[in-house]
Design a protein around this ligand. Structure first.
Ligand code: GLN
Length: 332
């Protein structure tokens, strides 16, 4: 029986056996975020993505943490004003756009939601499966997601994406031109992936249009607070906790969080679930957005990445905060 279905007279019993735990205060969150920042700021592991040349130029020492609660409180530590490319964190929000437009099932049937156990830009994973892109968070699935947007041309497709991201962020966002140029000049592998999908009927617009718009969405600039408001909208049942605007129907949020849990760290997703226990999504720009359902979003940003393409300082910081707060979704 779901808690929502518990008869009213039982609610106080449920509370008295300890299911209702007080949310941490803003001061507690500030302290734990500061401790995480202090603990990992000198950690010198991993390296910036360099297969997109402009990402190699971003200062590696940048490190920011932001938490946005469902009350709209914002906690910030470190380089939270630095603007960086959203990269694959964007894939979550384009999926939300398509779910909004065509229903959640459209993603399940046309793309699927299964982990690949392969790198985010794997071609083998598409070939070994049934031709579908496997899940919306590998590049194949994200490009397929872009192709599912109902649009007559690239411009309309792009406009719907940026409108969606701005609603989730509650602020204006723009493309970082240097990142976009650098990625557009070098995205041959993604163009190849799009053509493979198109060839088997699993990409739903012109493959070069889908790749171009996908590349643009990855180049959107965010700061750590903006990304935390985007995640906070998912933590808050689809309603932006700052603007109070609904961005996604509440019943779709668990499905979004399920895809984040299974695929958010690519072939590092199992280890992440083990350590942090939170639905999350990473980007090769160094951002990670994690969701504590019903409570808050926790975002970390730092460019150096591990072998899967996930920011090392950001994942360590979020793991630490999750463990300190005891907010893994697998804990009762
Ligand atoms: N734009 C990047 C790419 O297509 C995104 C990859 C990522 O963030 N993991 O390779």
């Amino acid at each position: 029986m779901k808690l929502r279905q518990v008869p009213l007279q039982c609610v106080s019993l449920v509370a008295s056996i300890g299911m209702a735990v007080a949310a941490p205060s803003v001061e507690q969150l500030q302290k734990v975020a500061e401790a995480a920042h202090a603990k990992f700021k000198d950690l010198d592991e991993g390296k910036n993505a360099d297969y997109i040349p402009a990402l190699a130029e971003v200062p590696s020492e940048l490190f920011g943490i932001a938490i946005v609660t469902n009350n709209g409180d914002v906690i910030k530590v470190g380089d939270t004003d630095a603007v960086y490319s959203i990269q694959s964190c964007s894939k979550v929000f384009t999926m939300c756009l398509v779910m909004n437009e065509s229903g959640a099932n459209s993603v399940l049937t046309k793309i699927n939601v299964e982990p690949t156990g392969e790198a985010f830009n794997s071609v083998r994973a598409i070939e070994e499966g049934d031709g579908r892109a496997d899940n919306p968070f590998v590049n194949a699935g994200a490009i397929a997601t872009v192709s599912m947007i109902k649009a007559k041309d690239a411009e309309e497709r792009w406009q719907k994406i940026i409108d969606t991201y701005e609603a989730f962020a509650g602020s204006k966002l723009t493309v970082l031109p240097d990142i976009y140029k650098s990625e557009a000049e070098t995205n041959f592998r993604n163009r190849g992936i799009a053509h493979i999908l198109y060839n088997s009927g699993n990409l739903f617009c012109d493959p070069l249009e889908a790749t171009e718009v996908y590349t643009k969405q990855c180049s959107v600039g965010v700061n750590t607070e903006q990304l935390a408001v985007m995640g906070g909208t998912l933590a808050n049942g689809g309603v932006n906790p700052v603007t109070k605007k609904r961005c996604l129907p509440e019943e779709m949020v668990p499905q979004v969080l399920a895809v984040m849990t299974m695929n958010g760290f690519y072939d590092g997703s199992g280890q992440w679930a083990w350590k942090a226990g939170l639905p999350a999504k990473t980007g090769v720009g160094g951002g990670i957005v994690a969701v504590v359902p019903g409570e808050m979003a926790i975002v970390g940003f730092s460019p150096p990445l591990d072998e899967y393409g996930n920011s090392i300082r950001a994942q360590k910081a979020i793991e630490y905060i999750s463990q300190e707060l005891g907010v893994s979704i697998f804990e009762d």
